[in-house]
Design a protein around this ligand. Structure first.
Ligand SMILES: Cc1ncc(COP(=O)(O)O)c(C=O)c1O
Length: 371
């Protein structure tokens, strides 16, 4: 494995310093929360800081299992969804193994298989097709050597949601070939209506990944999970986890358990808040001549672009935005896309910052297109 840092991490707000950004539209979660805001009345002093259960907090695993028709020992807690994805990739893939993965995507979903030395086919999602794809397009990418199909829904950075019928058709494809489908569901709890069961509930060929980072605004917990109903896979993932970290952090898992126990309360209002914020972005786009978008259906990010028929100076755009207007978004190159495209995170900033950031985007777009 030859690791290299990814632009999305090198240039992330936490690495360049939150204090350097006035209007932060680069985050993909709801606002980060303090422990005290969660109302959990925790008594962490009583915890014994021993090695925990290797699979993770049993109570939390029970709660997650109940949403996936899995057994609790088929749920594995991991260091964030990022750690979960790493475990899945390194467990199922090896140099030369073929993988089909969506692009753009959360960078790790592409980068880890690449680092392993896999033969990667990207299914490129395009603005002009509303960032949509079908099971037929996935089928056209499959090879005899394909081991894994990797999708993300709700999708980062576009916010599209794969319809259930299409998901079932993709599951049919992987089942027929005896391979696996990874469904990165990190944004699952960020939908307007109550989400259905994890995709892993649909088939033993499906592996679901999720975490506390996005909907609950708790990325600092570094706590995520893998769900599979295949006992052999569950054992394989556990073996990988044990080599990385043996067990997870007892304190974080206790907090995670308590959060999930109170999930209904902590989710209250999230759907309405997402709706309200999408409406703000929609209204801004409607008034914007230079920028166009595909409206997101889930999550709190979207992936608009500067209209392709306009001249565009990308360096000027991002420089004006950051240096003159104090605004930060996720530039296209974080997602291996043209820099005309950028990710807007509309769930994280306070509303005045969201509005100021959107106005800044309009101003920077005018400067960078010479209009
Ligand atoms: C689709 C997706 N998967 C996984 C992750 C990693 O999240 P976590 O903080 O749980 O490691 C992210 C973070 O941006 C993401 O967007």
């Amino acid at each position: 494995m030859r690791y290299r840092r990814m632009p999305i991490e090198v240039e992330s707000p936490e690495e360049i310093g939150y204090g350097t950004i006035r209007h932060n539209l680069a985050e993909s979660s709801m606002a980060d929360r303090r422990l005290s805001e969660l109302g959990l009345a925790l008594d962490l002093d009583r915890l014994i800081l021993q090695y925990g259960d290797h699979r993770g907090h049993p109570g939390l695993r029970e709660l997650l299992a109940a949403e996936s028709a899995a057994l609790a020992n088929q749920v594995l807690l991991a260091p964030g969804a990022a750690g979960a994805l790493f475990i899945v990739a390194t467990s199922l893939l090896e140099p030369g193994a073929h993988l089909v993965v969506l692009r753009p995507n959360y960078a790790t979903n592409i980068e880890t298989p690449r680092t392993i030395g896999c033969d990667v086919t990207h299914l490129d999602l395009t603005f002009d097709r509303g960032y949509r794809y079908t099971a037929d397009e996935i089928a056209a990418c499959l090879l005899p050597s394909t081991r894994l199909v990797s999708i993300t829904t709700p999708h980062n950075p576009t916010g599209t949601v794969l319809p259930d019928e299409e998901l079932d058709r993709i599951i049919g494809l992987v089942e027929a070939r005896g391979i696996h489908l990874l469904v990165d569901e990190t944004y699952r709890d960020l939908t307007v209506s109550e989400p259905g069961p994890f995709a892993a509930a649909r088939s033993t060929a499906v592996i679901s990944v999720g975490s506390f980072s996005k909907a609950y605004g708790l990325p600092g917990l570094r706590l995520g999970w893998i769900v599979t109903r295949d006992p052999r896979l569950a054992e394989l993932f556990l073996a990988a986890k044990e080599q990385i970290t043996i067990a997870g952090p007892v304190i974080d898992e206790e907090i995670g358990f308590r959060v999930y126990q109170q999930r209904a309360r902590l989710r209250t209002g999230i759907g309405a808040e997402v709706k309200r914020r999408v409406a703000i972005v929609r209204q801004w786009i409607a008034s914007e001549r230079l920028i166009e978008w595909v409206e997101p259906e889930g999550g709190v990010v979207c992936f608009p672009r500067i209209r392709p028929d306009l001249p565009f100076d990308a360096d000027r755009f991002y420089r004006t935005l950051a240096e003159d207007l104090g605004t930060y978004v996720g530039p296209g190159h974080w997602f291996e896309q043209d820099r005309r495209y950028f990710r807007v995170g509309f769930g994280w900033p306070a509303l005045p910052d969201l509005e100021a950031g959107l106005s800044a985007l309009s101003r920077a777009a005018a400067t960078a297109t010479g209009t």
